[in-house]
Ligand binder design. Structure first.
Ligand SMILES: C[C@@](CO)(OP(=O)(O)O)[C@H](O)COP(=O)(O)OP(=O)(O)OC[C@H]1O[C@@H](n2ccc(N)nc2=O)[C@H](O)[C@@H]1O
Ligand SMILES: Nc1ncnc2c1ncn2[C@@H]1O[C@H](COP(=O)(O)OP(=O)(O)O)[C@@H](O)[C@H]1O
Length: 293
């Protein structure tokens, strides 16, 4: 069937990697104080929004295991609805899901951020980026960084963001096929929670790590096996609370050569690390078009 939506109707919803993830401590509300480098990728899901005056939010393609009312896309749209400057603002949302769920690459948070950024335009809410990031934070710690759409160091629970340009490397991202709950990892007694803070200026991949990696490897030997396989070819690490693992290359062809050798049990994608996310780029294009009208 022909795609009824034009290519211009789609808004990108990119993945991220945590190039490192340190846990410094725990706040009174149970959330953890982190330091991390969020690397935006040029690869991800995409969403399209068909607005109407129904006053309701519909999701056309439900996700297996996620009731529509709990889908972050629907929750984000409903949070924004009171800010719409259109009568009875409603929307049907199309979600083209490519990213594995629960993989530590931020798919759900990114979907929520794309929904906030796109509907802010389409419903004429006129909210600032800061206001959208604040709304996003109420949906999840990772949503604000996707709203801002820049590769950045993050502190606090992940919401204190310092944009930083990184070399735009190529990443082979491998999914061992395990769904890991972020809450389960952060709830683990054996999780290290006292890593000393680092100065952003002195960041190096080699001298940092992922404080969640060891317990995930202990609990899920498949992740340990995958890491052992990948480090033969390139510097590799788990992203977020897992389960995906990435290997870093300066050359796209090398990343694809290693991808071609991966055992069939693991799925993967190759993506470029970008300093500005495809969502931010799309927003700039949309704003430029409306400025010339
Ligand atoms: C730690 C990261 C790194 O990217 O893990 P991934 O989810 O990407 O693997 C994220 O910041 C996660 O962000 P996000 O997935 O939005 O987290 P939330 O929905 O806000 O929280 C999920 C659960 O993780 C725990 N949590 C999350 C963030 C944080 N700084 N401290 C925590 O303790 C809380 O127990 C919370 O119940
Ligand atoms: N639009 C969405 N996309 C993915 N997951 C979603 C979405 N809405 C809600 N979720 C829930 O959020 C959980 C975490 O998803 P995701 O963001 O993909 O993982 P992670 O935080 O590990 O990167 C999923 O297992 C699912 O239950």
């Amino acid at each position: 069937m022909a795609d009824p939506l034009t290519s211009a109707a789609w808004w990108p919803s990119p993945a991220k990697l945590n190039l490192f993830l340190h846990i410094l401590g725990r706040y009174e509300n149970g959330y953890h104080q982190l330091q991390s480098l969020f690397q935006m990728l040029d690869y991800g899901d995409r969403l399209a929004f068909v607005t109407d005056e129904s006053g309701s939010v519909r999701l056309q393609e439900p996700l297996a295991g996620v009731p529509n009312d709990e889908n972050l896309v629907v929750r984000a749209a409903r949070l924004l609805q009171p800010c719409a400057n259109l009568p009875h603002a409603g929307v049907t949302i199309h979600l083209d899901k490519q990213l594995p769920m629960g993989g530590g690459i931020g798919g759900g948070s990114s979907n929520a951020a794309t929904t906030l950024v796109a509907l802010n335009v389409l419903w004429q809410c006129h909210l600032s980026e800061d206001e959208l990031a604040d709304i996003g934070l109420s949906l999840g710690a990772d949503v604000p960084i996707f709203v801002r759409g820049l590769t950045a160091f993050a502190g606090g629970v992940g919401e204190q963001i310092t944009p930083v340009a990184q070399p735009e490397n190529w990443y082979l991202v491998v999914n061992p096929g395990i769904h890991i709950s972020t809450a389960d990892v952060f709830g683990a007694d054996e999780l290290p929670r006292n890593t000393a803070p680092i100065d952003w200026d002195s960041y190096q991949f080699e001298t940092t790590g992922n404080d969640c990696q060891q317990i995930v490897c202990d609990r899920h030997p498949e992740v340990a096996k995958l890491l052992q396989w990948l480090v033969h070819y390139a510097p590799s690490r788990m992203t977020g609370t897992g389960a995906c693992v990435f290997a870093t290359f300066t050359d796209q062809n090398l990343a694809r050569q290693v991808q071609a050798m991966l055992p069939a049990e693991w799925t993967s994608f190759v993506a470029k690390g970008v300093n500005q996310s495809p969502l931010k780029q799309k927003l700039q294009e949309v704003n430029a078009t409306s400025d010339t009208r």
